[in-house]
Ligand binder design. Structure first.
Ligand code: BTN
Length: 333
């Protein structure tokens, strides 16, 4: 009997249909056509991946669920996407998943490859900032994309991703996530997710790595001191732990749907949703640019140009995401 690489997947599916029950090894081997010797090695392999399987010689195997771990096979199970998630890799620890995705791009990975990590030692954010998350507490994910955009058009990818992330949080967790210009995901006045798009030229058109960080299961007191009062998590917002595997699947499916619009040139639909989900439109804001602070009212948002603000001095001007950082000000009473 030959072994084949789909065996662990078939074993997991079989065990899932007998969750909590003892299944003898001879039953497993017979039902799935697997040699007893390869089954024994597989138990250790699956436990290593994060499947909770008790093995007792007299009784057989008993599957009781999965550890709170991002298991590629579980993410890809029932993942309904066309492009995003064609391959899914999970690293235990890495400097930055964006770096890993670029490495994969260099090795010829196909568009839609996803890299996740349980921990980053040098996670990065926009404008040279860092992204920090305690091990296993969040979603740290990068996706390789070839959207037929020029690098200077990366704002469309950024807007598309922020719409996809905000929408999946709203839809699946009933939490009123909104987009704070240009691409931060906030719940109320606290940041829950950030997006970092990086583009590089290649012989077949620009390639992009879309990096997404989501704070998932951590108490507000667990954030580093500099983020206390600024950041929040999905568990804090919903009042319960959020299954990260399921969240990753929702995010990938939402991203895949919006990516289809982007690929087909329907940027208008993305821009409309980006504006509708904005918490910045119509707000009083402070913008820091080149060491100067400007205050005013946000009149409009333009994906290509930036934030259109009527300054308190009366002048209207545009601020670009690459050079300005934004703070919402309390509404005037
Ligand atoms: C920001 O808010 O400035 C963007 C943060 C983006 C963080 C994510 S975490 C996964 C991916 N890898 C990184 O190094 N950064 C992005």
């Amino acid at each position: 009997m030959e072994s084949n690489s789909s065996e662990p997947g078939a074993v997991v599916e079989f065990l899932r249909s007998h969750v909590g029950e003892w299944v003898t090894e001879s039953c497993l081997a017979g039902q799935l056509g697997i040699e007893l010797a390869s089954l024994q090695a597989m138990a250790a392999e699956l436990a290593q991946e994060g499947y909770k399987i008790c093995v007792e010689p007299a009784k057989g195997w008993r599957f009781t669920g999965c550890e709170d771990r991002l298991i590629p096979r579980e993410i890809q199970r029932e993942l309904h996407t066309a492009v995003i998630g064609r391959s899914v890799a999970v690293l235990s620890s890495t400097a930055s998943t964006n770096d890993e995705a670029w490495k994969q791009a260099g090795n010829g990975a196909a568009e839609g490859a996803v890299v996740l990590a349980e921990e980053q030692t040098a996670g990065r954010g926009r404008m040279g900032r860092s992204w920090q998350a305690p091990r296993g507490s969040g979603v740290l994910m990068s996706i390789l994309l070839h959207p037929r955009l020029e690098i200077r058009q990366s704002h469309a990818l950024t807007a598309m991703s922020s719409v996809a992330v905000a929408q999946s949080i709203r839809e699946h967790l009933q939490v009123p996530a909104r987009i704070r210009w240009p691409n931060d995901i906030f719940i109320g006045e606290h940041k829950v997710a950030g997006i970092l798009v990086e583009g590089r030229p290649s012989s077949s058109g620009a390639q992009f790595v879309l990096g997404i960080g989501v704070n998932v299961n951590l108490g507000e007191e667990e954030f580093p001191p500099e983020l206390q009062g600024i950041a929040t998590s999905l568990s804090a917002a919903t009042g319960h732990a959020v299954e990260r595997v399921e969240l990753v699947r929702w995010l990938l499916q939402s991203l895949d749907r919006w990516y289809r619009d982007l690929r087909s040139g329907d940027i208008g639909r993305i821009a409309n949703h980006w504006r509708q989900l904005s918490s910045t439109l119509g707000r009083r804001v402070a913008l820091l640019e080149d060491g100067h602070e400007f205050r005013g009212m946000v009149l409009d948002l333009c994906m290509e140009e930036g934030l259109i603000v009527r300054l308190d001095e009366g002048l209207t001007r545009i601020f670009r995401p690459a050079t300005a950082t934004l703070r919402h000000l309390p509404e005037a009473r």
